[in-house]
Design a protein around this ligand. Structure first.
Ligand code: B12
Length: 226
């Protein structure tokens, strides 16, 4: 589709103005915001990632592309947080230590909020002590960790170990995501779920609510919280 291609091209070119225009045009023509994001903005960032990885693109250009995509996401998601209702469950969410990427995490937060979850977003570069103290403070049903680099992914295992040491592992279900992460890796480090993208994460967690409700009620003895 031409509009989505225009968005992709504008992101790859790192052109903020053109990205915003292309996003507005696509939305005006009736393209669903989720397609604008996934098939336009994120598809553009995927090309950027490939070009950066192969040495065709350098950091300053990747920063511009990221800024363009961020502006586009802001336009495409405008209004999505409206219509909040009683939280289905609370999730503490953060990008793992050493990792500053946050666009994916922010999309997950937005989608989960729009689907009725309470999201406590801790931000980026979050160390195990910060996750632990947020869990003590907010007693969430879920802990979500995001990671975009192979060099930072083992940090998620450190958090799971720290949860166990603190006696908190059984009080939360852990979900992880981000581009280097797989279902296999999630199982290896002892996470409960792997979320491929924001949309499927919201659906997965909604489907799991019945299981979550049962196991967490058993563990916490706190009844019908979810
Ligand atoms: C944009 C970008 C940046 C931006 C980040 C801006 C920001 N505020 O986030 C900037 C320019 C700052 C940046 C910096 C760097 N980057 Co960078 N970056 C990217 C890029 C192009 C896109 C990432 C992105 O935002 N994608 C769009 C979002 C929407 O997708 P997503 O993050 O995958 O999220 C979705 C899913 O993964 C999932 N998800 C994500 N998190 C979670 C969490 C949960 C709980 C769940 C369930 C699901 C989930 O749902 C999301 C939405 O659908 C990627 C390449 C790529 N294609 O991924 C490289 C990439 C990740 N970066 C890379 C690198 C190397 C770096 C730098 C080290 C570069 C440098 N030399 O300084 C620094 C890292 C600094 C640091 N310490 O973190 C490498 C990582 C390589 C590796 N080791 O694995 C990549 C893969 C590029 C490459 N091919 O080399 N980067």
């Amino acid at each position: 589709m031409e509009q989505l291609k225009n968005i992709m091209d504008a992101v790859v070119a790192g052109n903020i103005g053109e990205t915003k225009d292309a996003v507005r045009q696509a939305l005006d023509k009736g393209t669903a915001p989720v397609d604008v994001i996934d098939k336009g903005l994120v598809a553009g960032l995927d090309v950027v990632g490939e070009q950066f990885g192969s040495g065709e693109m350098f950091l300053p250009e990747m920063i511009l592309s990221a800024a363009a995509a961020r502006e586009g996401i802001t336009i495409a998601t405008k209004g999505m947080e409206k219509g909040q209702y009683k939280p289905k469950a609370t999730i503490v969410l953060g990008t793992i230590k050493g990792d500053l990427h946050d666009m994916g995490k922010n999309l997950v937060a937005l989608l989960l909020r729009s689907r009725g979850f309470e999201v406590i977003d801790l931000g980026i570069d979050i160390h195990e002590e910060q996750f632990i103290s947020a869990i003590r403070e907010h007693t969430p049903e879920l802990l979500g960790m995001s990671c975009l680099m192979t060099t930072t992914m083992m940090g998620m295992k450190d958090v799971i170990n720290a949860l166990t040491e603190a006696g908190l592992r059984d009080t939360v279900k852990v979900i992880i995501g981000g581009c280097p992460v797989t279902q296999e890796f999630a199982s290896q480090i002892g996470a409960d779920y792997y979320g491929r993208d924001a949309g499927s994460t919201a659906t997965l967690l909604e489907k799991s609510l019945a299981d979550l409700e049962k196991s967490l009620a058993d563990i916490k003895g706190k009844g019908q919280r979810i």
